[in-house]
Unconditional design. Structure first.
Length: 122
């Protein structure tokens, strides 16, 4: 291999375009950010509540989570939202919403995946 040349064209598993990497706060897996959902904090009734940021445009610190209930449950159990946001976080609404979706739509994930970014960060 020559210096300065990439072998990305030789290996079909290597992406030609580098994607930003993020860590899921539930399972701690590092993946391309387009595989994760971004969450931010909002204040309602004096409580800090995590809410999804589907457009990835809300201001402030973000936490990244796989769009599946298992990772969300692990994040809540481990206190990962509070650690990620560096403040106390009320996740009770998140837990009850997840349970409600599981009851009303069995077999469907409680969280949905987001579309990849427009590429304006490149």
């Amino acid at each position: 291999m020559q210096r300065g040349k990439s072998n990305a064209g030789e290996d079909p598993n290597v992406s030609l375009q580098q994607q930003p990497q993020r860590t899921c706060i539930g399972c701690r897996e590092v993946v391309d950010q387009n595989q994760l959902k971004r969450w931010v904090l909002t204040v309602e009734n004096g409580k800090s509540i995590p809410v999804p940021d589907p457009t990835r445009s809300f201001a402030g610190r973000g936490a990244w989570l796989h769009p599946n209930p298992d990772c969300a449950q692990r994040a809540v159990k481990r206190g990962a939202f509070a650690r990620s946001f560096r403040t106390n976080v009320d996740v009770s609404a998140l837990v009850s919403e997840s349970r409600a979706k599981d009851r009303t739509q069995p077999g469907k994930p409680a969280f949905t995946n987001v579309q990849p970014e427009s590429g304006s960060e490149n």
